[in-house]
Design a protein around this ligand. Structure first.
Ligand SMILES: [Zn+2]
Length: 238
């Protein structure tokens, strides 16, 4: 028997009454078969829910089987708000998709636990999700170059270019696409330290622009867009 602790990112029905859950842990993704979890009397109804922080006793090698387990935190408040729920699902999908990549899972796991708390605590939660997506770029090794121009050492009038993978100085670029407040929000979130929080100053328009920038970056450099992202667009309009 083996003890694992993690966040349920995804669940899938398996045969008539069972489920497979995909749990993100400090070592990466673990798939666990939960027998009979679709039965009404199952003690594991909450344990298989997405966002649940769980502690599981499992056995088996490739596909593990649940022997016993408990929910440390349901995080059920996320489901109370459809936008928050859909946006958080998007984040879970992103983490799931990149969980097979070699990266620092311990770091991401600890970070995601904190981000989930922020999502639950704050009515304005979208910046925390974008923060997680930006920091994941770093873990995946495809982080944008932000300190100076991609083509030279200049820091003059830096503006972002998705295709070039970072900032472009005023001499090297042909046109500015983002305003300076959006650039400021990008930098603030990318370098944000959750253990040393600072006040963020931004407009909703900057959030919209940064959302687009992150979407384009993931599509261009990682060829990825989550399924929930489309549902989210239908809900929030961008
Ligand atoms: Zn330059």
């Amino acid at each position: 028997m083996e003890l694992i602790e993690g966040i349920v990112l995804k669940q899938m029905n398996y045969k008539e009454s069972s489920k497979i859950i995909y749990v993100y842990t400090s070592h990466g993704l673990v798939s666990v078969l939960v027998h009979g979890s679709n039965k009404l009397k199952s003690p594991y109804l909450n344990l298989v829910r997405i966002f649940s922080h769980v502690k599981l006793y499992v056995s088996g090698s490739e596909l593990k089987t649940l022997r016993d387990g408990e929910v440390l935190n349901y995080h059920s408040d996320i489901s109370l708000d459809i936008v928050k729920y859909t946006y958080s699902l998007h984040l879970m999908e992103v983490i799931y998709y990149f969980s097979q990549h070699e990266h620092d899972h311990e770091k991401l796991f600890q970070f995601i636990l904190k981000i989930i708390d922020k999502i639950i605590e704050n009515p304005i939660f979208d910046i925390y999700i974008m923060m997680a997506e930006l920091k994941l770029l770093y873990l995946l090794g495809v982080q944008p170059l932000l300190k100076h121009c991609v083509f030279c050492d200049s820091k003059e009038g830096l503006n972002f270019s998705v295709e070039d993978g970072g900032m472009i100085c005023s001499e090297h670029r042909t046109k500015s696409r983002y305003n300076s407040a959006t650039m400021h929000l990008l930098l603030s979130l990318y370098y944000y330290d959750l253990s040393d929080p600072i006040e963020l100053d931004y407009d909703q328009q900057d959030v919209v622009e940064l959302r687009r920038l992150i979407d384009e970056y993931y599509e261009y450099h990682l060829n990825y867009r989550s399924r929930s992202r489309k549902s989210l667009r239908d809900l929030i309009g961008y």
